[in-house]
Unconditional design. Sequence first.
Length: 168
Amino acid sequence: MGKGAPMGPDSDAYKVVLVLHLVAVIIGFGGVVVTGYFGAVAARQPGREGAAIGEAVEKGYKFSEWFIYAVPVLGIILVLLSEDVFAFSQAWVSVSFVLYIVAIGLFHGLHLPTVRRINAILKETGGGSQASAGELDKLGTKAGMVGGLLNLITVAIVVLMVFKPGFP
């Protein structure tokens, strides 16, 4: 280090923050995608096994959340370190932040409550009763749809970050 520009996208400081930003994206969003798959497995697995997988899924989400929360903080730092190469007024930056806020709202408002309800049913009944099986199916469908939408939003943000539409 020490050979880069003092500030801007070529600086060592910018590159270090960019690496942290990318690592946070990979661990945070990657963790949610993988954990979502295991959530679907938990919903199909009756008894204590399903409840145990569901509990691990919820813990995986909690772990991933902290990295997801770091993503916009590090993104803001990158914009500030860029020495006006990038700006909050650029469409790709603004739209990315809006999509991130929408995703966080969907995650906390719909997805996590659904996952928690699935886990509660699995713990209470083991998913073995006819009534719980029907509710698990509905909740699993909802979790899958919201999870899929969250994955699409994540891909849209990555596309914005890579192609930077509107950037000179």
